[in-house]
Design a protein around this ligand. Structure first.
Ligand code: ZN
Length: 141
């Protein structure tokens, strides 16, 4: 079995569990676990990251922007993806407020989208395709 992230053969001693929709070597499984812990422990963000990679995008996960870890960033087209938990009270309105303020980061010239985690749980592929379409649209500029 081959690691999706590095292309190296996965050791027979390590059983990749495919949590993120791909098989990973022990090193990359550990890296994902550490990064996701910093992002609140949502494995759906990891599944989404690999769904984007499968579509040919080149995202970063847990990218440090000098102030905080951005969950997913697509650096080439300056697109940041933030996620919020719809089960938390007032989180929708808070996310909308943040979306209004942070749609465009003038300091770093990044576009930012706030995406509910529930969308990743229920519509992972569609959401990945949506981001792919936005990404393709940004390429035109
Ligand atoms: Zn690997």
């Amino acid at each position: 079995m081959i690691c999706f992230e590095c292309g190296n053969k996965i050791s027979d001693d390590f059983r990749s569990n495919g949590t993120f929709g791909v098989f990973l070597c022990e090193t990359h499984q550990n890296i994902m676990d550490v990064v996701l812990k910093k992002l609140g422990g949502h494995s759906d963000i990891g599944r989404f990251y690999f769904a984007l990679k499968k579509l040919g995008l080149d995202p970063f996960i847990g990218w440090w922007n000098g102030e905080r870890h951005v969950p997913i960033a697509i650096g080439r087209y300056r697109l940041n993806l933030e996620f919020y938990d719809t089960n938390l009270p007032h989180d929708h309105s808070l996310a909308l407020k943040r979306q209004q303020i942070e749609s465009y980061d003038h300091q770093r010239q990044f576009i930012c989208l706030h995406i509910p985690l529930a969308l990743l749980e229920d519509h992972l592929t569609h959401t990945a395709l949506l981001i792919h379409n936005i990404h393709e649209g940004l390429r035109a500029y």
